[in-house]
Design a binder for this molecule. Structure first.
Ligand code: AHR
Length: 495
């Protein structure tokens, strides 16, 4: 077997841009993501801006968060946006039927979300209710948030204190229509989609609506085929895809207390994303060779059993170096598929599934996944540099996975960045990179790793895992040698 991994970087004359929206996030009304997480209310003793924690705003801004999806997930197909506008004390309640059966007071609604996105400098991505909402409800929502002139919904918006429209571009037409969004067939949903999309008028003053169809569950290629075949391109800008990483769906295992075998299985699943985006993209290519319709992976990440002692419907889990491995490899996959993958949304931003931020009362911590997102933000809107990789194997119990993952880009300022991951739980691996076509004089590097792949940042020790300076590399005449420790993410940056 090969002992050294080899990587060749092939800069192209006509590069694909890595859409910054690949680094997007997702905020569902689920557990303590919104209520008691990001949103504490204006009267909270925790410093906040319009009820949203300042420490979370600052942390998300630091990631250059490009896009935020809301309000679901499964919740989206039960959400009636008109319940979440107007004076907060007059708003009706809603019982969250998908997530813990808790009663919400609708105090975080459309204005709260869209104003937060403005504060963050992120594009909002609204997921509309198709499962239990009407065509008119959606048409009204578009008019409410996007119409600048005199109209029933724009006037209502003004009554509620907002003069200018927000010009929301990204709209999901339902969520998981094959499951919690209505258990529909692809053929039936394609018709429903056309109806809802038709009545969404573009009031956005030139920004344009970007309509995204609820996409396939993992490897349901028939779903993508039907949507691409049946929906006319003038109504369709994106097709979604959801895929999570876990040990086994029916027993996802502990987020922190896992064996190497369980780690291996999770990574097997995470790396499957490459096959998924390759095959879904190939179907899309067949119907859309001009690459007008984007593949939007609007839910991805690690999913484990909820932390003991927490409400099982709240999907709260810790975040270890295993999650950093999922993030590092998955983001490399998306970068390398940037021609078709134009947005992705990690599930989910705060206190839910593979969160970048966890809170406990006043306390807040940044997870290893946060730091991967922070290290990788240099790839946002950069030119993709295609790579050829010959990886050594990570072997366990007779099975093997490629140990190394890579992607590379050149920023608008002309600086090259290479992100490398070694998922091997035990072994260091040497990687040789041929950068001779890039004419690089010097590099700096950062690494994210820890002593054990099960390590995480706790509220007792919130800074245990953080990126550090990395020096274990040598660049000579365009040839770069890097020694990657086990379960590590390294970002190399041109000086
Ligand atoms: O992210 C949690 C849930 O996973 C979402 O609500 C749903 O879309 C998916 O099944």
């Amino acid at each position: 077997a090969q002992e050294v991994s080899e990587i060749v970087l092939n800069p192209s004359e006509n590069p694909t841009v890595i859409n910054k929206n690949i680094y997007g996030h997702f905020a569902e009304h689920l557990g303590h993501l919104i209520y008691g997480g990001l949103y504490v209310g204006e009267d909270s003793s925790i410093p906040n801006t319009n009820g949203v924690r300042n420490d979370i705003i600052e942390a998300l801004k630091n990631l250059n968060i490009p896009v935020l999806r809301w309000p679901g997930g499964c919740f989206a197909d039960t959400y009636h946006w008109k319940d979440g506008i107007g004076p907060k004390e007059d708003r009706p309640t809603i019982v969250n039927q998908w997530w813990g059966g808790v009663t919400e007071d609708n105090s975080f609604g459309t204005h709260d979300f869209l104003n937060l996105c403005e504060e963050l400098g992120a594009e909002p991505y609204l997921a509309a209710n198709v499962g239990s909402g009407t065509v008119k409800e959606l048409a009204d929502w578009v008019q409410y948030v996007n119409h600048a002139g005199e109209s029933p919904m724009a006037n209502l918006r003004r009554e509620n204190g907002r003069e200018d429209p927000w010009n929301v571009k990204y709209w999901g037409i339902g969520n998981e229509a094959w499951g919690c969004g209505g258990h529909m067939t692809a053929e039936y949903y394609a018709n429903i989609y056309k109806k809802y999309a038709t009545f969404m008028t573009d009031w956005s003053n030139g920004a344009g609506l970007f309509r995204i169809a609820s996409g396939a569950n993992v490897d349901d290629y028939h779903w993508t085929e039907v949507l691409m075949r049946e929906i006319p391109k003038f109504l369709l800008d994106g097709v979604a895809l959801h895929s999570y990483s876990f040990v086994e769906w029916n027993d996802k295992g502990s987020a922190t207390d896992f064996t190497e075998k369980q780690y291996f299985k999770t990574m097997q699943r995470a790396l499957m994303m490459d096959e998924l985006v390759t095959k879904h993209s190939a179907i899309m290519e067949k119907y859309d060779p001009e690459n007008k319709v984007a593949l939007i992976v609007d839910e991805w990440g690690g999913w484990y059993n909820p932390q003991e002692g927490t409400n099982p419907g709240f999907l709260y889990q810790q975040n270890t170096m295993r999650d950093a491995m999922i993030a590092g490899t998955t983001l490399n996959i998306f970068n390398n598929h940037a021609r078709r993958v134009k947005m992705a949304n990690l599930a989910q931003a705060v206190n839910v599934l593979q969160a970048v931020i966890l809170t406990d009362g006043e306390k807040m911590l940044l997870t290893p996944t946060y730091y991967v997102m922070e290290m990788y933000k240099v790839h946002q809107d950069a030119d993709l540099i295609p790579v050829e990789l010959e990886s050594v194997d990570y072997e366990l119990d007779g099975e093997s996975l490629p140990a190394i993952s890579v992607s590379a880009s050149r920023s608008k300022e002309g600086k090259v960045h290479v992100s490398l991951v070694n998922i091997d739980a035990e072994e260091d691996h040497e990687v040789e990179l041929d950068l001779s076509d890039l004419k690089i004089d010097g590099l700096t590097a950062e690494i994210l790793t820890s002593n054990k792949v099960q390590d995480y940042n706790s509220f007792e020790n919130p800074k245990k895992i953080q990126p550090k300076e990395f020096k274990d590399f040598k660049l000579k005449k365009g040839k770069l040698k890097v020694e990657l420790p086990p379960f590590s993410v390294v970002m190399l940056s041109e000086k």
